[in-house]
Design a protein around this ligand. Structure first.
Ligand code: NAD
Ligand code: FE2
Length: 386
């Protein structure tokens, strides 16, 4: 079947890329914008820097800094209200995946009647929204180059995944210097999210000849740079490598889809507020072991691309090294097991496991996995990861 491939029409990468925001807005004649961000970005001074750059170029900025981690529908509605009262012509997202995802839906809601749950799934946003300019500060979700947004429905405790070309940023400004402030635990969480994007994009049933090279590049860069970035936050080469990994991973998975790890991770985020990258990391070893029989040569290539096994070893040996190696990587990066992170919630976790398994299946992501699981198998995997 022919494969669709979308990325932003302009991507600017490298040290100082975020300084290109004002020129990119000006050359499109956009003089009034809504800046979607979070409280940390205000306290770090980055919002003031960006607002200053834009003001110097004659661009008026309305700041919306109330985005929470794992943004909710309420966050989107508050942002839309500000967008409409300010008369903004474009939306700028500054921050990690949370502000970028929130901004994506704020930008399309005025032209596409809600409720937001209508957009859940694939290709459900009918009309283009306002132009979106994305400046990521984590490395990362890759959201700056994806047509995906994840918004939490707090009434149903569901993280709604929506994928549509109309959610794609127009311009991505990918500046690794903005990630130098990430503390080690955040570097580990968002870095393993990136690695999971590379792996799931590569083993997905929807992988294409355009996504494979990007997915493998993402995996290789994570192998080279993730642990250094975690150990040495100021290491510019490692930060640059991880930022590129996030961008390549985003371009890959947004076009080939994520799979079972992400499908199972979202319900944990919705119900227990475990950060997205951490819940991915906790699930990745068990889900990889389960999925290997469906794509042994691909998992073997992942292990070789990470540099964890030589080219001469058999595919089975390489795939086995991968699953064990992912577990060891979690230990080295101090990622706790699910059971220790949620120890005080064990009863509730067991109670809601059947709901989480059904929500995971309903998201569609497990259907792209090399081995497509039943609800019972998903429930069993949650318990294995515990
Ligand atoms: N749309 C997509 O393609 C996509 C892909 C993967 C994940 N996601 C979603 O993205 C969200 C997670 O995004 P995230 O992992 O980037 O985290 P985040 O945006 O939720 O940020 C986590 C925390 O890190 C802080 N932070 C951000 N940049 C920082 C920096 N440079 N220095 C110090 N602190 C910084 C934030 O203020 C926040 O407190 C989840 O909701 C997840 O579901 C979306
Ligand atoms: Fe992710």
């Amino acid at each position: 079947m022919p494969a669709l491939f979308n990325i932003p029409s302009t991507v600017i990468v490298g040290a100082g890329a975020s300084r290109e925001l004002a020129p990119e807005l000006s050359r499109r004649g956009l003089a009034r914008v809504l800046l979607v961000t979070d409280a940390y970005m205000v306290s770090s001074g980055l919002v003031a820097r960006v607002v200053g750059d834009l003001a110097a170029a004659g661009i008026t900025v309305q700041v919306f800094a109330d985005v929470q981690p794992d943004p909710s529908e309420e966050n989107v509605h508050a942002g839309v209200a500000l967008l409409q009262s300010s008369g903004a012509q474009a939306v700028v997202a500054l921050g990690g995946g949370s502000p970028i995802d929130c901004a994506k839906v704020i930008a399309v809601l005025p032209t596409n009647p809600g409720p937001i749950s209508r957009f859940m799934g694939r290709h459900r946003v009918q009309k283009a929204g306002l132009p979106l300019f994305a400046v990521p500060t984590t490395a990362g979700t890759g959201s700056e180059v994806t047509k995906v947004a994840v918004i939490t429905d707090t009434k149903r405790d569901v993280k709604m995944m929506m994928l549509d070309g109309h959610l794609m940023p127009t311009v991505a400004l990918v500046d690794f210097e903005l990630t130098l402030t990430m503390p080690a635990p955040l570097t580990a969480a968002v870095g393993i999210d990136t690695l999971t994007h590379g792996i799931e994009a590569y083993v997905s049933r929807l992988a294409t000849p355009l996504t494979d090279p990007l997915a493998l590049s993402c995996i290789r860069l994570c192998g080279e740079h993730l642990e250094t970035a975690w150990r040495e936050p100021g290491n510019r080469a490692a930060r640059e490598g991880m930022m590129l990994a996030a961008t390549h991973g985003g371009m890959a998975f947004s076009n080939s889809s994520v799979a079972l790890v992400h499908g199972m991770s979202r319900p944990i985020g919705a119900l227990f507020h475990v950060p997205h990258g951490i819940s991915n990391a906790m699930l990745l070893p068990a889900v990889t072991r389960f999925s290997i029989p469906g794509a042994v040569p691909r998992y073997a290539t992942v292990a070789r691309t990470l540099g964890w096994i030589g080219a001469g070893e058999s595919d089975w040996a390489a795939a086995t090294v991968l699953a064990d190696g992912l577990e060891a990587l979690n230990r080295r990066l101090c990622v706790p097991r699910l059971g220790s992170y949620l120890a005080s919630n064990e009863m509730r976790f067991r109670e809601v496991t059947p709901k989480m398994a059904l929500d995971a299946l309903a998201s569609g992501s497990p259907g792209n996995n090399p081995v497509v699981p039943s609800a019972d198998q998903i429930a069993e995997l949650y318990l294995q990861a515990w």
